[in-house]
Write a protein that binds this ligand. Structure first.
Ligand SMILES: Nc1ncnc2c1ncn2[C@@H]1O[C@H](COP(=O)(O)OP(=O)(O)OP(=O)(O)O)[C@@H](O)[C@H]1O
Ligand SMILES: [Mg+2]
Length: 384
């Protein structure tokens, strides 16, 4: 890939903003951490860098869609502006938005590895964040004119630290978003695109649900179910070849890649969520991720066992108490695997609270997943 030089450097000012550092540099997009000098607040600035002069107003579509949707689970957009590129002399539109200090889900994964988070804490944190994303997506899909994001993937979910100390997942990058089910367009990131996206079909929420399932698979297993798409291939022939792969390639089983317990019981959930037939997919992202979380954290088993435990508890207390009295010993404290300990908890405390099952301790939860970019090749299909 060609090396891209930043348009802005440390300390340069753009409007009310002082540039801190580049976060992401690509051919047509640059993302920076900036300081709002008036508010003394760190924000994120996205600069679009077209090579040729374009209608600047249409370039703000992404910012406009995100701010008009106005859901609390979406990265809030603050301001827009235009700056002349010193290299191409083209007017480049920019907009600022809330800063996700943990970056996207890939960067969060790096942060977890560097900070020594144990696998169970990583899994539970991803389950919590993905449940937040699921709630936001379901909210967008339930609007009178459903909003289909169209490009759900880990690179488009940014994570910020809430003042309460909890992590918060926000959906960003509405560059491809399709408002309403009547809109028809093609494009996206091939590995996350449902088979029907490659054909002329309406933008239906089931597309986002498919992409969401791919993302959940990836964040828990460290690989995507189907590896399709490269950064350089943008031709229509390759695009249609990917369509074939998406339709006909067998889906891998989740349990073949996930090292922890409970994987077998979610194979069927993924089979349905990644189905070629949109009607087979789950009704909502929340239902899907809740079922997965319950199965992997043992919540489902615990619920089933609860009745038996309650029935047997009285008898155990009587027998155990009697035995302790008889021997003079105290029942030993045991650490349990807590499903949703808050993300702000220190690493040491959470390790003590959650003893990882042996099967998960011996293997890394995730290998390093590879980032893949949205295809710039977009073929708009006129609405009927
Ligand atoms: N608000 C934000 N806070 C922190 N990091 C951000 C924010 N917005 C974007 N980024 C970082 O910049 C990257 C690229 O941003 P974005 O996805 O908006 O650009 P893009 O050109 O659409 O990329 P792609 O084609 O890969 O989807 C993100 O993956 C993320 O790492
Ligand atoms: Mg993106």
């Amino acid at each position: 890939m060609r090396r891209v030089h930043p348009v802005f450097h440390y300390g340069e000012t753009v409007d009310d903003y002082s540039v801190v550092r580049p976060l992401f540099l690509a051919e047509s997009v640059q993302v920076y951490e900036v300081l709002n000098t008036h508010l003394q607040r760190t924000e994120c600035l996205k600069l679009l860098t077209p090579r040729h002069p374009l209608d600047v107003s249409s370039q703000w579509d992404e910012a406009r869609r995100a701010s008009q949707t106005g859901h609390p689970g979406i990265v809030p957009v603050y301001r827009t502006g235009v700056v002349r590129s010193p290299t191409t002399s083209v007017n480049c539109p920019w907009f600022t938005m809330a800063y996700g200090e943990y970056g996207d889900l890939y960067r969060l994964k790096d942060f977890m590895d560097e900070s020594g988070w144990d696998p169970v804490r990583q899994r539970d944190t991803f389950l919590t964040l993905l449940t937040q994303v699921a709630g936001t997506l379901d909210g967008l899909h339930r609007l009178d004119r459903p909003v289909v994001h169209g490009d759900i993937k880990p690179g488009n979910i940014v994570v910020s630290g809430h003042r309460s100390g909890q992590l918060r997942a926000l959906i960003s990058d509405f560059g491809l978003n399709m408002a309403g089910e009547g809109h028809r367009s093609m494009g996206g990131t091939p590995a996350y695109m449902a088979p029907e996206c490659f054909e002329e079909s309406a933008a239906h929420p089931t597309r986002d649900r498919y992409a969401f399932a791919v993302m959940v698979f990836e964040m828990l297993c460290g690989r995507r179910p189907l590896e399709v798409g490269t950064d350089s291939a943008h031709s229509w022939e390759i695009y249609t070849a990917y369509a074939d792969i998406q339709k006909h390639a067998p889906r891998p089983r989740f349990s073949d890649y996930y090292p922890g317990a409970g994987a077998r019981s979610v194979d069927e959930l993924f089979r349905r969520a990644l189905s070629v037939n949109p009607a087979e997919r789950p009704e909502s992202c929340t239902a899907f991720i809740t079922d997965i979380g319950d199965a992997l954290t043992g919540a489902r088993r615990r619920r089933r066992a609860k009745k038996a435990v309650v029935a047997g508890a009285a008898a155990l207390i009587v027998v155990g108490g009697g035995a302790a009295l008889a021997t003079g010993s105290h029942p030993r404290a045991r650490f349990t695997c807590r499903a949703h300990a808050p993300a702000r908890m220190s690493w040491r405390a959470s390790t003590l609270l959650r003893r990882a099952p042996d099967s998960m301790r011996s293997k890394p939860l995730m290998s390093r997943p590879r980032r893949t970019r949205t295809w710039m090749f977009t073929r708009a299909v006129p609405s009927r």
